[in-house]
Design a protein around this ligand. Structure first.
Ligand code: ADP
Ligand code: MG
Length: 609
């Protein structure tokens, strides 16, 4: 006789299976407990850890507390106070909502919960071990909730044995604690490890929170990032380039109050730091994204930290631009007091409801210089497809993701691509600034910074392609140096050669220059070389730039067109074209802004159109 074979799993088994997803290690249990305290509106939270959480994880909060019945209910699977119907999922603002965490934890540990609502006289205590209810009784306790999770995986030896060393599990716990305390700076936390206070962090703002977690030296290391758009509001801090670490770690994204991992957006930040830090160092960042909850998918795996955004490409571009502008702003005035929490004066991106999706298709063979006018100063550049686009494509290749057609929203290069159409409407004002415009906005270029960028990239490009073009001098120039300076020159000699100089030592105190980079042909060579040596002497040794880069930068600075020089129309076009063909058009080699962009969207806003 055939019997039916399908039956429902007992709750204890179902919970243990769920626990496999929710609670993988002590750190994940801590995460769930902490999220519950935040959802409960706590302002003061204590974390108590023993044996890296293997014997005890206790979290005490002063949040709303639970009634006697809720204290029982919360251990039921799918018991949650946070959503009632499927629609609520779309507007979720709390961290938890699945009603799975406590049930899962209680199925694999010995749990004691004490809780008292502010309005109740007396609290309640409940004990539960491996889903088995051990009793509930009234107790007198403080307002709020305390959950102790003891002997995690006591009934699942395979999982307990699977845990890593205490050092590693504690590191994971601390990492989780950092994530949650960074995103909740207004909540005070105390963290005890083996009965000793490891972190005591008062309520404050984000900057104060970073300082209390990482140390007071961080006060000097942070640059604010701020950008409000219809799609996303960005805020937070990036570390100054010179403090970039050799280790990853201080890299945090938070979306709507949740820690988030995003290799893709990480790439945007890294890209914005390009050239400013060495390949071996990692920029620090603490960046907060606020988006409409309807535009992200939170109904994801409980422990996963990836978030699906509807319009990640635009967010990439906005983030890239915002970080870059913050760096630029900082380089302009490094001494600016960033403690003042005003919003940075960056050109806002369009803030109408729909972020403009430019529909420009990029033709990689397109060469804006085909009909190039060669001005006297011979600025010439190979066409380079935009850095951002290239980087994004690289990224997709690395990650083996399907390649996409990138339509990059408002970034300088995009404005430029459009600017090509209208390039005749460009002019110089005050003998210092070039004004041009595109379909999206008005662009004002600082001719000096821009030309420094152009020359710098040209030098570097020639070195990289080993196509240094030196210009023979009709009459070699002799330069007299002190013996010290001659020694100093020797340390740089090779790099001068790389850049197209031909300089030989002559006797004990002289140099003979017979060839110079072709851009310099008319310059006063001896004065130039002396002043380059002089500024090299005072240049602070940096490990993030190679000597060639430093020399290229100095040379670019010395020889660039200065503010105050009247430019011919061809020179104006050439600067515009060459600048936008640069890899990093927005920032001078010394990190100063080369241009300001005023978008038409912004103008419309200003005029309330
Ligand atoms: P979720 O957070 O997904 O709702 P949990 O299993 O984490 O599910 O918690 C179940 C319920 O228990 C929560 O919805 C909340 O009502 C209650 N709860 C849990 N922890 C606390 C706490 N620290 N303070 C107050 N209520 C809590
Ligand atoms: Mg929860």
């Amino acid at each position: 006789m055939m019997t039916d074979i399908i039956h429902l799993l007992p709750d204890s088994v179902a919970n243990q299976i769920a626990a496999g997803e929710v609670v993988q290690r002590p750190a994940s249990a801590l995460k769930e407990l902490l999220e519950n305290t935040i959802d409960a509106g706590a302002t003061e939270i204590k974390v108590i850890i023993r044996e890296a959480g293997k014997t005890l994880i206790q979290v005490i909060d002063n949040g709303c507390g639970m009634s006697e019945r809720d204290a029982r209910m919360c251990f039921e699977r799918h018991a949650t106070s946070k959503i009632e119907k499927a629609d609520d999922l779309m507007a979720i603002r709390t961290l938890g909502f699945r009603g799975e965490a406590l049930a899962s934890i209680a199925s694999v540990a010995q749990v004691e919960l004490k809780s008292k609502r502010h309005e109740d006289e007396i609290g309640t205590r409940i004990n539960i071990e491996g889903t088995v209810f051990k009793g509930q009784n009234p107790i007198s306790c403080q307002n709020g909730t305390s959950v102790s999770v003891k002997n995690l995986f006591f009934n699942v030896p395979a999982r307990r044995n699977f845990l890593k060393s205490n050092t590693i599990e504690l590191k994971n716990i601390i990492e989780e604690f950092f994530r949650i305390s960074l995103v909740n700076p207004t909540i005070a936390f105390t963290f005890y490890n083996q009965d000793k206070v490891l972190f005591q962090i008062p309520a404050g703002n984000l900057k104060q929170r970073i300082i209390s977690l990482y140390g007071s030296s961080y006060g000097q290391r942070l640059i604010p990032v701020e950008q409000k758009t219809a799609l996303v509001n960005l805020s937070g801090f990036i570390g100054k380039p010179e403090f970039a670490k050799k280790t990853k770690g201080e890299q945090y994204f938070f979306t709507n109050g949740r820690f988030m991992r995003s290799p893709y957006l990480h790439h945007a930040v890294e890209n914005a730091f390009q050239e400013l830090i060495s390949k071996e160092s990692f920029p620090s960042y603490f960046i907060f994204l606020e988006v409409d909850p309807h535009t992200i998918d939170v109904n994801i795996h409980p422990t996963k930290t990836e978030i699906n955004f509807q319009d990640i490409k635009s967010i990439y571009a906005i983030l890239f631009a915002a970080v870059k502008q913050s760096i630029g702003k900082y380089s302009l005035s490094p001494s600016l007091d960033f403690d003042v929490e005003h919003s940075m004066n960056v050109p806002p991106l369009p803030s109408d409801k729909e972020i403009r999706q430019p529909s420009i298709t990029i033709n990689p063979d397109y060469n804006p210089f085909e009909k190039k006018i060669r001005p006297q100063n011979q600025i010439s550049f190979p066409s380079s497809s935009s850095q951002t686009m290239k980087a994004m494509n690289d990224f997709y290749q690395q990650e083996k993701l399907p390649k996409q057609n990138f339509d990059i929203p408002p970034s300088a290069e995009l404005l430029y691509k459009e600017a090509l159409v209208d390039r005749k409407k460009s002019f110089q004002i005050q003998n210092s600034f070039i004004v041009t415009h595109s379909q999206s906005g008005v662009i004002v270029i600082d001719q000096q910074h821009a030309h420094e960028r152009i020359l710098y990239e040209r030098f570097i490009d020639q070195v990289e392609r080993k196509e240094v073009s030196g210009q023979h001098l009709l009459i070699p120039v002799t330069i007299h140096l002190t013996p010290d300076d001659l020694c100093f020159f020797q340390a740089w000699k090779d790099h001068f050669l790389f850049l197209g100089f031909d300089i030989a030592e002559f006797g004990k105190d002289s140099l003979i220059v017979s060839s110079v980079p072709s851009t310099l042909q008319d310059s006063n060579i001896d004065g130039l070389i002396e002043s380059i040596l002089e500024s090299l002497k005072s240049s602070i040794p940096e490990n993030k730039s190679s000597q060639t880069q430093i020399l290229a930068r100095t040379l670019a600075k010395k020889t660039a067109i200065k503010r105050g020089k009247n430019l011919q129309p061809e020179e104006i076009f050439s600067i515009i074209e060459s600048l936008f063909a640069c890899k990093v058009p927005e920032i001078s080699p010394e990190g100063k802004l080369t241009m300001a962009i005023l978008s038409f969207e912004e103008l419309k806003q200003k005029f309330k159109l």
